[in-house]
Design a protein around this ligand. Sequence first.
Ligand code: SAH
Length: 259
Amino acid sequence: MNRSGELCAGEPVLLIDRKRRRYLIDLEAGGEFHSHSGVLPHDELIGNPEGELYRSSRGMVFIALRPTITDYVLKMPRGAQVVYPKDIGAILIQADIFPGARVLESGLGSGALSTGILRAGAKITGYEIREDFEETARANVGRFLGQEGLSSYTTQVRDVYEGIDERDLDRVVLDLPEPWQVVPHAEKALRRGGIFLAYTPSIIQASQLHEAFEESRFGMAETMEVMHRGWHVQGVAVRPDHRMVAHTGFLTHARLLAE
Ligand code: SAH
């Protein structure tokens, strides 16, 4: 859901303290946020616009904002390792996700990538082999996108290596160990011109996937990675951040061509 206006009970809100520590809370009438810096009643926030300052019982100041997808993905409960926001952004563009697109996604893990794809307006059929991860993914999607998001999210507990039932899909998006096993199934399930994209932590996996494309109707295969380097900008102290996430994964995509 893309909320605006006053903060309401039932929605997630981010509290940020002076040290930029972030806390994700779900607003509830009568609820309280407890931390080492005292108590902040949710009722003080409900009905206010975003960006206001609040003071806890022990005098700690917080700013309340709706979480962006980046805030949310980094704070939500994780079962499996999530796809990082920098990669979610690139996946949406490389896989050319569009409103109404029919996407097969597997595996679902914690639902971070699902949240991004749904937010871009696509409809997902999700295959996840583990029941607990299917539940985690649905819970995480629902908490951020509400019923509206869940209504475009059909999930099944099943092994995508065994086949895909859907036909005429626009996109197949994968985050699992052996994406090459899905190539023959995706050939049948995608429409022509459809896009296959896989996220893989290792370049060996990307290379094996390219080999599978060679034996298939997929062409235009490309692999890339996204490097995101933040900068510290304060007065004359202007330099790259000392720390960065140096490696997450590779994005490999290809398009389904004629016989
Ligand atoms: N992209 C997810 C993380 C996925 S982690 C996120 O952003 O949150 C990889 C997931 O793939 C795990 O949940 C695992 O259970 C699932 N998986 C592995 N092999 C699978 C298979 N053959 N079929 C379906 N799901 C599979």
